[in-house]
Design a protein around this ligand. Structure first.
Ligand code: FDA
Length: 319
């Protein structure tokens, strides 16, 4: 119930206007967002790198409504790639295709994506395409497959959500084309016609898809790159200890070495677990979002764990 409400609010323009001007909400969002400026994100990533953690940097923004905004977002991403290279930080980037025009004009989005991938390939930086709501999955995958056809396979990966019924087929299709996958549960509100309605089913499917990814990783035998920039085939993006334990046990069972999978978590969430995994010898990557458009990202984090809201409110009143 609360989850649905937060997901509805994440798309409501009126709520965005109120919340973004509310100082308390701005302070609350800083738990999940590195800051409004690239400098702050770079500092956050340096701190993570010092602790043995790789990053993926996300300039927040989605569902742009004009070609000019899509173009500007793509230009900003090119600047970010240059900055990552200049700083020598161990970070890739994550991109939402609706930020570079997917909802407006698929051809414009593809053009922007190819520009980004060309620069990323020149600089040796990895790009992960985030997955958005189910209305965009087919178009997102089609842009990804097009990028693979253009020879960007080593530079770009995709995200798959275990709550969607279709994801098993998508994983097989992507692996057949030698793609790389970040597996997550899925953060949007989806109807039971496309997504498992029960958490237990989503979790079971996550474990099932994990086995497909780890099996393929064993077959291909390609570890994370020594500099931590290029991830292995499976990136398991979850803070759920049962899912992580399942993956660790399954990897052990099939004899997959630790550097042939990576765990990913979100900035500000379960930092204790991030460090435990690093200590245990697994590659860990943290998703570091920054920018002025923090509202939808922030409300999705509240939707995942409504208790966060009470935590923030009680801290606020405690001063
Ligand atoms: P689950 O929701 O079951 O939570 C397990 C535990 O994690 C909780 O008990 C709690 O301890 C902790 N936790 C989870 N969320 C929390 C929060 N918001 N605040 C505090 N604690 C929290 N989704 C998507 O649709 N498309 C995408 O491209 C991505 N990309 C992505 C990248 C990375 C690196 C991560 C980690 C996640 C995503 N996601 C995503 C989001 C993902 O789909 C999912 O919504 C969240 O990760 C929460 O699910 P968990 O797997 O953590 O499990």
């Amino acid at each position: 119930m609360l989850r649905s409400l937060f997901i509805y609010l994440s798309k409501a323009g009126w709520a965005r206007r109120i919340v973004m001007n509310w100082g308390v909400a701005q302070r609350m969002s800083s738990r999940f967002v590195a800051g409004e400026h690239l400098d702050q994100a770079v500092e956050a990533i340096k701190g993570l790198n010092d602790r043995g953690i790789n990053a993926t940097l996300d300039h927040l923004g989605e569902n742009v409504t004009s070609p000019e905004t899509a173009q500007a977002a793509a230009e900003e991403i090119l600047n970010i790639l240059d900055r990552i290279a200049e700083e020598g930080i161990r970070s890739g980037i994550s991109v939402k295709l609706s930020q570079i025009g997917l909802v407006l004009d698929k051809a414009l989005c593809e053009k922007n994506l190819l520009k980004i991938l060309t620069r990323a390939q020149q600089l040796g930086i990895y790009v992960r395409i985030d997955m958005e709501d189910s209305s965009l999955v087919e178009h997102t995958l089609s842009c990804y497959f097009q990028a693979l056809e253009h020879g960007f396979g080593g530079t770009v990966g995709i995200v798959i959500q275990s709550y969607l019924y279709r994801s098993g087929d998508d994983v097989r299709r992507i692996l057949n084309q030698e793609g790389t996958i970040r597996l997550c549960k899925g953060a949007y509100k989806e109807p039971p016609s496309v997504a498992y309605p029960k958490k237990q089913q989503v979790d079971q499917n996550f474990d099932h898809l994990t086995t497909l990814l780890l099996d393929r990783s064993l077959e291909v035998g390609e570890p994370i790159s020594p500099d931590g920039v290029f991830p292995p085939i499976p990136a398991l993006a979850t803070h759920d200890e049962d899912r992580i334990d399942f993956a660790v046990d399954y990897a052990k069972k099939i004899g997959l070495s630790k550097d042939m999978l990576e765990f990913q978590m979100l900035y500000g969430i379960r930092t204790d677990l991030q460090h435990e995994l690093v200590e245990a010898g697994f590659p860990v990557r943290v998703y570091v979002p920054y920018g002025e458009q923090w509202y939808p990202y922030f409300t999705r984090r509240l939707a995942e764990r409504p208790a966060n809201l009470w935590f923030f409110i009680s801290n606020y009143f405690r001063g």
